[in-house]
Structures are given as C-alpha cells and as structure tokens.
Design a protein around this ligand. Structure first.
Ligand SMILES: [Zn+2]
Length: 250
C-alpha cells in the first residue's frame, strides 16, 4: 500500500470489491465500472452480472467518475491489474480478498438464516462444493461462532457431498455445536481458538498495514479470530507494539 492515500469509505470499498468478485481474472476495470453503473449492455446481462448485489451501486455517477473510484481502489491496494492473455484484468490483492472473503462468508450465513426462518430445505449443498477454501472455511468458522445448533441439519447435508478435507472440518463443527451447551465460556473460547487455527487460512502474500501511530508497516494477523466475530472484517489501526503500549497507559 502506498502511503498517505486514504481508501474509499468502507461501504463504497465493499461495494466495489463485491462487484469485482464476479469478474475476477476475467474482466477489466471498464466492465467492473459498468456493473457499478448498472449498465444494460447486452454482454453484461448475458453474463448475469445484473444479479450482482453491487449492480447499479453508483447509478447516479458517470462511468468516468466510477472509473476513478475503481482506480482509487487499485491505488490503495485492494485490487490490482493482471494481464491475462491480451487484456488487463482485475484481481484481488490479499488485502482486498480478506475483506471480500469475509463478506461472502457472511452472505452464506445470512442465506442459511433466511432458509431456516422460512422453513426452506435446500435440495442440495452442491453450490458450496469446490469453492475457494479460505471462503468456505471462514463460513464454517462463522457458523461455529454463532454457537447455534439450528445449523446442524444443513451442516449434515453439506457434509455428505463435499470433499474429504472439508468433510473433516464440517464434522468438527457439528461436534462442537453439539456439545457447546455443556461448555462454560472459557472452554468455548478455547475451542473457538483451536478451530480458528484450521478454519482461518492465511493468504499466500501477507497483508501489510501501516500503523497510524508510529507509521511503521506491520503484518495483519489474519488468524486472530477477533477480527472476524463482528460485522465485517476490521483491520487494526495500530501495530501490535503501539497497541500494547496504549493498553498499558490506559
Ligand atoms: Zn505502531
């Protein structure tokens, strides 16, 4: 990340990343901007991009203004351009993917919530199979974190159809949810952090953040479950040593 450029406000950043998710390594910044504009171009509709949750997010801006926002997202290190064949396409940086992955995992949780509320029984769980493992495991972690047994029937359905490595993790989550009522808070916390170690996967390239107190770069600890529990992924503003110092002087 380059210094002293502020990222876009959170809701805008998340909207752009969500739009990018459907065209990663396939489309470029123009196509991305058109999704955000809500373009009715044939190509876009044929690809079903009008179903993207960020479709039309910037409908009141010009394509040029939207392109500026996209470029800003690239400059601040959440997306990057990669030449794929002839044309440059958009891909996530580790940092951008960390945010988008969290959002998609949360969407999966909300979908299950919605199905359960409306007594919808999904025909099958194939839609979860073969997806990005970081995403799927984070979804499982969120299900576990909910400490809610209502998800067990869905987990059981899913466990039947997925690959071995995922099955093992699903089974662990089912077991944990089954026994969570008999655990005290300390035991539960312990179990959560144990499961986090296999369910929260570090990206290949470390995520560097700039400390807002001392200005030094530090590596974001992706495996720290505290950043995933609440709404959205939140990056810490300060490096661990500044944080520690502030805690001491509080
Ligand atoms: Zn610092």
């Amino acid at each position: 990340m380059k210094k002293h450029i502020k990222p876009l406000p959170d809701p805008e950043l998340r909207a752009i990343l969500r739009a990018a998710d459907d065209i990663v390594a396939e489309g470029g910044r123009t196509l991305l901007s058109k999704i955000l504009k809500g373009s009715k171009e044939r190509k876009l509709l044929e690809l079903g991009l009008d179903r993207n949750p960020s479709y039309g997010y910037y409908k009141d801006l010009t394509l040029e203004q939207i392109m500026d926002k996209v470029d800003h997202t690239i400059r601040t290190g959440f997306l990057e351009r990669e030449v794929n064949g002839k044309y440059p396409t958009i891909i996530f940086t580790s940092r951008g993917w960390a945010i988008e992955k969290e959002r998609r995992a949360e969407e999966f949780v909300q979908e299950w919530d919605c199905w359960l509320e409306n007594n919808v029984i999904p025909l099958n769980m194939e839609y979860l199979k073969g997806r990005n493992q970081g995403l799927i495991f984070l979804f499982l972690y969120k299900i576990l974190y909910s400490r809610n047994k209502k998800f067990i029937p869905f987990l059981t359905l899913w466990e039947r159809i997925d690959y071995k490595k995922v099955q093992v993790e699903i089974r662990n989550v089912i077991q944990a949810l089954k026994k969570c009522d008999n655990m005290n808070d300390a035991e539960w916390k312990q179990l959560l952090s144990e499961r986090a170690q296999s369910l929260i996967i570090r990206s290949i390239n470390p995520i560097f953040l700039e400390c807002q107190s001392c200005g030094r770069n530090f590596i974001f600890d992706e495996e720290n479950p505290e950043y995933y529990g609440n709404e959205g992924l939140s990056f810490p503003n300060e490096c661990p040593s500044c944080l520690e110092e502030h805690l001491l002087h509080r």
